[in-house]
Design a protein around this ligand. Structure first.
Ligand SMILES: Nc1nc(=O)c2c([nH]1)NC[C@@H]1CN(c3ccc(C(=O)N[C@@H](CCC(=O)O)C(=O)O)cc3)C=[N+]21
Ligand SMILES: [Mg+2]
Length: 290
């Protein structure tokens, strides 16, 4: 069975539009999301365009700043300082990866945690790790858990979740969320021994490695729930390209009980959860207009 992330994301955005309308009516605050894009990567530009469109569709304010690829770290920090202090901006997203001459973690830590809608700031990741209230939680991991629950129901307790990938953006935070759901969590990575055998133990398999179709059908336990985070563009014979996940979908769908497709799985959920975080930030920290 396919888990239809596109549909789940559309449903979520519809309820977010309702929340935005209520927040506006009750407080006069319109949630505002600002995306900062450094450089000209065409894939990033498509992604930013989708984000802008969907932000506006739910009734939020969308702003976009494009800076040249050779922008200095100081110039980017100055821009973020301005956005940190702008009361109309509730969420700030700096599109990653950044050009090599810019120190990514320095940039992430310079966003005030209250506006860090990616949830990458140490204050937010620390709160997530400590199980404290009030963390802004990374978007893709939130999307993964929502999609897993779509198939399995709200109670994930006792399930063995295997997460392949240990990035700060997906692997580590999704593992923390699944632990919070009382799963038994294993984090696997490039040095893991006998990865196929480990994956075969998983009730919930989250693939977040960025290697096209790496996870094969015989890595999957019959009846498992497979969440494919990978978005890999590969060349096709007709010299075009197509998107594939980290999971060999054709093989895996025969074995799994449920699997997220690529495209139309986790990707749309990431954007919907970004909007959700921005509304949350506006609700908690937004200042009523005078
Ligand atoms: N600070 C930061 N935060 C991010 O969340 C972030 C980032 N930087 N850098 C780039 C990656 C990538 N990413 C995607 C999100 C949604 C889709 C998405 O919606 N994909 C659609 C279709 C894509 C297509 O057709 O090209 C899908 O999977 O169905 C893709 C990619 C967020 N990222
Ligand atoms: Mg890795």
């Amino acid at each position: 069975m396919n888990i239809d992330g596109k549909q789940v994301a559309a449903d979520l955005r519809q309820s977010l539009a309702q929340e935005v309308a209520e927040l506006k009516q009750q407080t006069g605050i319109t949630p505002g999301l600002t995306v900062v894009l450094v450089g000209e990567d065409p894939a990033s530009q498509v992604y930013v365009r989708n984000k802008v469109k969907q932000t506006q569709e739910v009734g939020m304010i969308s702003n976009e700043f494009r800076m040249a690829a050779d922008t200095s770290e100081e110039a980017l920090l100055a821009k973020l300082d301005e956005l940190n202090n702008d009361p109309a901006v509730h969420g700030i997203l700096v599109q990653l990866p950044l050009p090599k001459h810019i120190n990514e973690s320095r940039i992430i830590e310079s966003i005030v945690p209250e506006k860090d809608v990616d949830g990458f700031h140490a204050m937010n990741s620390g709160r997530l790790m400590n199980g404290e209230e009030g963390a802004l939680v990374p978007c893709t991991p939130q999307g993964c858990v929502i999609l897993a629950k779509k198939h399995l129901g709200d109670d994930l307790s006792g399930k063995h979740a295997v997460v392949i990938g240990r990035s700060n953006i997906v692997g580590k935070p999704v593992a923390m969320l699944l632990l919070q759901e009382s799963c038994t969590v294993t984090i696997a990575h490039s040095r893991t021994k006998d990865l196929p055998a480990l994956c075969r133990e998983a009730d919930i398999l989250v693939a977040a490695v960025g290697r096209p179709e790496m996870v094969k059908g015989d890595w999957i336990k019959p009846g498992a729930t497979v969440i494919d985070v990978g978005i890999n563009r590969i060349a096709t014979e007709d010299s075009k390209s197509r998107l594939v996940g980290d999971v060999d979908f054709a093989e895996a769908e025969k074995v799994a009980a449920a699997i997220t497709p690529v495209p139309g799985g986790v990707g749309p959920m990431t954007i919907a959860c970004l909007l959700k975080n921005t509304i949350e930030a506006a609700r908690r920290f937004g200042v009523r207009p005078q």
